[in-house]
Design a protein around this ligand. Sequence first.
Ligand SMILES: C[S@@+](CC[C@H](N)C(=O)[O-])C[C@H]1O[C@@H](n2cnc3c(N)ncnc32)[C@H](O)[C@@H]1O
Length: 194
Amino acid sequence: MSPEVLARLMGYHCLYAPEAELRDLCAAFARTAAQAFLEIGTHRGCTSAAIALAFPSARIVTLDLPDSLRTTWNPLPRAQVGEAHRALGVAHRIDQRFMDSDELWRLTGCGECFDLVFIDGDHSPAAVFRDLMLAADLLPPTSGTLLAHDYTDPHEPARPNWTLGVQQAVDRFIAARPFRKHRLAGLLVALERA
Ligand SMILES: C[S@@+](CC[C@H](N)C(=O)[O-])C[C@H]1O[C@@H](n2cnc3c(N)ncnc32)[C@H](O)[C@@H]1O
């Protein structure tokens, strides 16, 4: 991705260490079959636009709430949801859906499958745990990666308070399902099959 494109994306990001996190997100997706990417929590669309630019053949689905103002997690008027897709000319590449991630089981029921699911919607412990459990069923049977944002490990010296619930949910998930966690840049954690 050119420095000019990266600079344009920066106007739409909702990340913690955007350049390093986008680099690690792209690298994590590249380590999979990299055919299909799902994001929970579109917001302005920085991450999904970046994936569309970096992976020109990938299928990209991103979802946000039907009423994106009715959340305590980065509320945004619906007209601004996914605005980076339009600004960077990749809206035609991205399947932008408006649905609550608690309905993710519907995608499984339709046979949808994703090589990487990026979980960045409702960051409360119960919602992150639910999203992880439902997203795990959307991965290929023996491969695929889950990525969660706003995670810190308990031993880290700097722990923003909004990362604590995500950590609780991730640890509850890996106690329930055979996945290993790998800490990535910024506030990213990857979960891969053990
Ligand atoms: C931190 S922002 C996402 C940032 C985006 N992933 C990015 O990388 O630029 C959180 C988004 O999640 C959405 N959200 C909150 N709860 C959700 C839910 N239950 N289902 C889907 N989206 C949700 C919010 O509306 C908000 O736009």
